[in-house]
Write a protein that binds this ligand. Sequence first.
Ligand SMILES: Cc1ncc(COP(=O)(O)O)c(C=O)c1O
Length: 374
Amino acid sequence: MNLFDVYSLFDVTPVKAQGCKVWDENGQEYLDLYGGHAVISVGHTHPKYVAALTDQLGKIGFYSNSVKNPLQVTLAEKLGKASGYEDYSLFLDNSGAESNENAIKLASFHTGKDRIVAFHKSFHGRTSGAVAVTDNPKIVSPFNANHKVSFCDLNDAVAVEKELLKGDVAGVIIEGIQGCGGINIPDTGFMKELESLCHKYGVCLILDEVQSGYGRTGKFFAHQWYGIKPDIITMGKGIANGFPCGGILISPKFEAVKGMLGTTFGGNYLAMAAAISVLDIIEEENMVQNAYEVGEYIKAGIAPSPRIKEVRGCGLMIGIEFNEEVAPIRKELLFNRHIFTGVAGKNMVRLLAPLCLTKAQADVFINAINDILK
Ligand SMILES: Cc1ncc(COP(=O)(O)O)c(C=O)c1O
């Protein structure tokens, strides 16, 4: 049997990883500035993380959500403290897309309405509703396209209000910082206006923090830079450092009804052990602050070049936009300098390094990119 061939693969086979380093099957070492697409938050194979998962696996690996699981409660308590959302509730699922799916469903249940407002250049995942609110027609099948969704330009509050005035909108979904769309940071003024428009029209504000959350930008959630409080916050990626896990934080204004949301695997023991250890490590090793400092250090270290259009981002969510296609630059970085990077569109190198990246490791990248561009 062949694999269903949907991924474009680099000819690299990682077999070992530690912190911000990865080794391939030939023993070649790489610096990981991609974090497996923003998933590796506390670094690869952190000893505490490995111990937590190993220990849990020897106790109980799985049961269902029909019995008590105190690890879920522990995670909720720690997450409430780490994020500043102690008055919100936590629903656990398995991925970013599923988190957005649950958020949209909850907004629709709560308001009794069925349309969602999303933004151009958004990415929210590939399941039915999540892909419908994603601004990429190439990955939206005719079935997905039947959802009621309206897209507005980022930062266009007038366009949003026009949609909300129609009276059928359940929720507005927006990324804390647009990731796949090219590291687009919404204006603070716009985000505050969006929050007040949602209050005014009784619409749920959903913040997708799947990529921009969990400390990546130097605050626990990127939206905390704008001083707003959404109704629902969606999470995934870095939440369990690579063990599949997702979740949503839900404002106290939502009433839980038995059976309203559910999942087989969400909140399982192994995911919880992983997620609890991630929060412990982030706190003990001050990784949110580190992400901010090292991210700003990288941005400042990239020398101006006529080939670079703009360097933007916050903390360790960085986009280097070029005036040319970046595929050859990324290949040079990967195969000759042995540095993993990500991409957004054709012209942007996207960095999503583990939150434990050191300045010395950042220097390796800064020197490489400046050397390539000189
Ligand atoms: C902002 C955002 N939301 C949702 C998702 C979907 O997450 P998952 O691939 O875990 O379903 C992603 C994935 O890249 C993302 O970047």
